[in-house]
Design a protein around this ligand. Sequence first.
Ligand SMILES: Nc1ncnc2c1ncn2[C@@H]1O[C@H](COP(=O)(O)OP(=O)(O)O)[C@@H](O)[C@H]1O
Ligand SMILES: [Mg+2]
Length: 339
Amino acid sequence: MELSLKDISVTLSGEEILKSIDLTIEDGAIISLLGASGCGKSTLLKTIAGIITPSGGSVFLNGSCADNLPPHRRGTVIVFQDLRLFPHMTVADNISFPLKMRGVSKEQCRKTAVELLEKVQLEGYGERKINEMSGGQLQRVALARALAAKPNVLLLDEPFSSLDENLRQDMRKLVLKLQKEYRITTILVTHDRQEALCMSDRIALMKSGKILQYDTPERIYHAPASREVADFFSENAYIDGTVTDHAFTCDIAAFRTEMPDGPYQAVLRPGAVRIGPWDGKRDFQVTEISYRGEDYGISLKDQTNGLVLNTSVPSPCMFKVGDLVSVQLDQEKIILLPR
Ligand SMILES: Nc1ncnc2c1ncn2[C@@H]1O[C@H](COP(=O)(O)OP(=O)(O)O)[C@@H](O)[C@H]1O
Ligand SMILES: [Mg+2]
């Protein structure tokens, strides 16, 4: 099912929480709503599901306006952060609950529950009580219950945030596998940039009730529309420069570019910065080193202009705080934003 939002605004308790949101999700795609806590992600999910009525704009399902459809007739299902399973029912009864509500026979409910338990790798757990299941297992039960409803649009509100890293990886894989298998149009809410990058066909990056950019993971990372977008994904440095006749020049770099003439800001991502031994030309001083397992995060300060650059070096680290080093910039990885 294609989902389309046109100019959605939401006001709660007199405060404008969502501001003119436009978003289209192709049939069978998975997208992420990515943004810091409080930016309006859950509010947007609830608006799509019909739980919150927008103060302006419309929701379209396969091109038809859904504004007058109550939640249970939209075919959207939300898996809430707190799961909202029924504690007094068995796992199987939880999963088949949406079917029971539709008057599906006991036998068919049982069959579907068994089938879905297998899909979420919980074979044989059907007769357990909810309080006999671990956190990771409960996530799977909630996912199975959502699938039982055969949703047109699956809305996942930070479904992995309470899980530890290993379980989270497993759940990400499982959700992607089932999302593809059932071809369900899916929106994943997350504040985890890595999760958004690895799971989505597109990412809608949100801030303060607005969408800053809606794009593929590759484009949102490599071609950020603004400094705010770039900052969400890495600790960058920025340096002003100018393009004249296809050449960009700034205080610490000069390279050719296809960008039109004008003033720009170069985005220096950690990945664009490499440390070399001090070559006697330009001093950068190592000001911070933090161990991260695979590598070390390093902050460097330009002794001439105070510019702070972040980068990483593989383990073992040959540098110590106070060292003077030189910096090489990988021009291919420098992004130019018009000023
Ligand atoms: N019922 C409500 N009344 C007033 N403000 C609300 C209500 N629900 C959420 N908000 C506010 O709306 C903003 C967005 O909330 P939410 O959508 O839950 O953000 P997110 O899911 O991105 O963390 C927050 O500032 C929150 O305090
Ligand atoms: Mg939320």
